[in-house]
Design a binder for this molecule. Structure first.
Ligand SMILES: O=C(O)c1cc(=O)[nH]c(=O)n1[C@@H]1O[C@H](COP(=O)(O)O)[C@@H](O)[C@H]1O
Length: 281
């Protein structure tokens, strides 16, 4: 099954638009595990087990593993997700972007070493930097488009004088993802939940691509506005997946021995809010 179908299938099975972000920070671990990077796998596996029936996707952030020399724990975690949640796709958040020959190595890392179903990429270096990922059949890529951080304005909101219609950079990226760059049919976009008006604009320009939308929870994005702007589904309509990511608000919902249960409760609450927001579409 290709990545886009996996997402839609997980949405149906788990009745969820919630992407559970796996950003393990040992300094914020529950008291009995605090500051112990050797327990990254154990922490994340407990979160996966507690939310396997609630997530449309899992999104491990690679820096949180690499910073602690914990790539081997990420490998184990990927293998664990395959067993504990075989119906939930995994988006490796790596935000790669490099010349083609180097991108080939990054693609191999994401798809062969870690076995990810999709990866996040920066489109800044152009199409040849994205192409190596598109050669992996069925694998997804999410291009950064309108990111959730305030500094996203610096480039993404600037107009491109040399492109017909003088679109903003993020609008141009959305058009490329919907059209000429989407040679694999598995290209999606990253749009921040902190900017619902821009999510709606991206949806207008890219009606059928999956959207990864981080920024609810710790960053304060509006979950309901996000879904209303980005979700396209239901009978007769265009079906385009939306995965709304929350990391810290779920991972660190509790600091006691019952942290996984606390994470589940927060995930359930967020999933419910997102799921109900579809009804206003
Ligand atoms: O690509 C991403 O996942 C991403 C893009 C973006 O625009 N904003 C953003 O926050 N992210 C990631 O999404 C996660 C957000 O985490 P929380 O703010 O804790 O929910 C982090 O892993 C970020 O690196």
């Amino acid at each position: 099954m290709n990545f886009t179908d996996m997402l839609l299938d997980a949405e149906r099975q788990n009745r969820s638009l919630l992407c559970v972000g796996l950003d393990p920070d040992p300094a914020r671990f529950p008291h009995h595990m605090r500051n112990d990077p050797d327990r990254i796998y154990e922490f994340c596996a407990a979160i996966v087990d507690a939310t396997a029936d609630l997530a449309i996707a899992f999104k491990p952030q690679i820096a949180y593993f690499a910073a602690h020399r914990a790539e081997d724990q990420l490998e184990r975690l990927m293998a664990h997700i395959r067993v504990a949640a075989p119906h939930v796709p995994v988006i490796l958040d790596a935000k790669r972007g490099d010349i083609g020959s180097t991108a080939e190595q990054y693609a191999k890392e994401a798809f062969e070493r870690y076995g990810a179903d999709a990866v996040t990429l920066s489109p800044f270096m152009g199409f040849d930097s994205v192409q190596p990922y598109l050669r992996y059949p069925g694998k997804g890529v999410f291009l950064l488009c309108r990111t959730s951080n305030p500094g996203g304005d610096d480039f993404q909101n600037q107009r491109l004088a040399d492109v017909p219609g003088q679109p903003k950079l993020y609008e141009h990226i959305a058009r490329l993802a919907q059209g000429p760059w989407n040679v694999s049919g598995q290209v999606g976009l990253v749009v921040g939940a902190t900017y619902p008006a821009e999510i709606a604009r991206v949806r207008e320009l890219a009606p059928t691509v999956p959207l990864l939308i981080p920024g609810v929870g710790a960053q304060g994005g509006d979950a309901q506005a996000t879904v209303q702007a980005g979700w396209r589904g239901g009978a007769g309509g265009t079906t385009a997946a939306v995965a709304v990511n929350s990391s810290r608000a779920i991972l660190y919902a509790g600091a006691g021995a019952d942290f996984a249960q606390a994470a589940r409760q927060e995930a359930e609450r967020t999933r419910e809010t997102l799921w109900r927001a579809r009804l206003f579409d």
